[in-house]
Ligand binder design. Structure first.
Ligand code: NAD
Ligand code: LMR
Length: 338
């Protein structure tokens, strides 16, 4: 039932969104549970057999979402917490998923969200550091390239940063790459899983199509269009929603998929490998100490960070465009906390 490779792990069709082999008690909190992502993500986490307790927090609306989701006939317990109950929401949690913050409107970049979202994420991370310092933190709030360094620096300041436990969720890029490559190749997305490395914004999103069976033969204009669509898939949704926000449903799917992968790793399942934006040695010599590449997840969180492997000439160029932008985004996040 489980994927044998990273590619297959990521490509499991939606009917098999969740896999479970072992059961242990796992309490998961969603911070921002009342929002566009938070609500469907809470529903999907309620359906995940590896989640035994769900703690839903938002500055508005979480108790209502919790009451609603709690009627779903799966085993987990669900509790909603109001704005002044963040500490209670974080009590005893092992995994904290953070989709709190504002989304883009047409014409905005993810970095335009920094001024609002940086302090939201910093303050939430400070509470996690105080109440549940050992929790694994999954950061969805944009700009991910900066919010992950903000979370890490906040935990570091509190003296509890463990690089194996902080993750930027880049799974939506992986989901899009599989879906879009499947469309071009005329096969199932389960056959077209693509490792996507770098970060989570336009040029920092680097799909490694040359490392895939169907992607490696794509060239020319088709290649350029496919890469552009993977890098700017978020803009497609922002434009279509026309001021009503950005991707929420596909993001909830991607967030639940990544959370399930982490929970399987925590449960001791071997070979759970997926891209995620973590503290990484891969480009640290260039001053870039966070990077998304294939990461093996295990009982402690990050078990092994895989190198990016062989790149085509086109991918080498994409990487060259990614690195300076990523460096800038990471430094901005760190400077905010410093
Ligand atoms: P939304 O506005 O619908 O929901 C955000 C929620 O956060 C709201 O319910 C709001 O009340 C809550 N919130 C605000 N401040 C809070 C705080 N201090 N504590 C707890 N909750 C708080 O937005 P959305 O569409 O759900 O998007 C949320 C974030 O996710 C945005 O920053 C968006 O850019 C990002 N996002 C990331 C990805 C990704 O791939 N990583 C994909 C899509 C969206
Ligand atoms: C996405 O990729 O859909 C998200 O990062 C939201 C956005 O702003 O595009």
């Amino acid at each position: 039932m489980f994927a044998r490779t990273a590619a297959r792990t990521l490509a499991a069709p939606s009917s098999r969104l969740f896999s479970s082999s072992a059961s242990r008690l796992t309490k998961v909190a969603v911070l921002g549970a009342g929002g566009g992502i938070g609500q469907p993500l809470s529903l999907l986490l309620k359906s995940d057999p590896l989640v035994t307790s769900l703690s839903l927090y938002d500055i508005r609306g979480a108790p209502g979402v919790a009451a609603d989701v709690s009627h779903v006939d799966t085993g987990s317990e669900v509790t909603g917490y109001a704005a002044d109950q963040l500490d209670q929401a974080l009590e005893g949690v092992e995994v904290v998923v953070i989709p709190a913050g504002v989304p883009r409107k047409p014409g905005m970049t993810r970095d335009d969200l920094f001024n609002t979202n940086a302090s939201i994420v910093r303050d939430l991370a400070a509470s996690v550091a105080r109440v549940s310092p050992e929790a694994h933190i999954l950061v969805i709030s944009n700009p991910v390239n900066s919010t992950v360094p903000i979370v890490a620096a906040t935990l570091e300041k509190a003296g509890v940063f463990n690089p194996a436990r902080v993750f930027g969720v880049t799974t939506l890029d992986v989901v899009r790459a599989a879906r879009f490559l499947a469309g071009v190749s005329g096969v199932s997305p389960s056959e077209t899983v693509v490792p996507v490395v770098g970060g989570h914004s336009g040029p920092t999103i680097v799909p490694l199509l040359s490392q895939t069976k169907y992607g490696k033969s794509i060239i020319g204009e088709v290649y350029d269009k496919l890469v552009h669509r993977i890098q700017y898939g978020g803009d497609e949704v922002v434009k279509a929603k026309d001021g009503a926000g950005s991707a929420t449903l596909s993001m909830a799917y991607a967030g639940a998929k990544f959370a399930n992968a982490l929970l399987r790793g925590l449960n001791g399942e071997k070979g759970v490998i997926t891209p995620t934006f973590v503290k990484s040695p891969l480009f640290a010599d260039q001053g870039i100490d966070f990077f998304s590449s294939l990461v093996e997840l295990g009982p402690n969180g990050v078990e092994k960070i895989h190198p990016i492997g062989e790149l085509s000439a086109e991918e080498q160029k994409l990487l060259e465009a990614c690195l300076p932008e990523l460096k800038k985004n990471i430094e901005k996040g760190k400077a905010f906390v410093a």
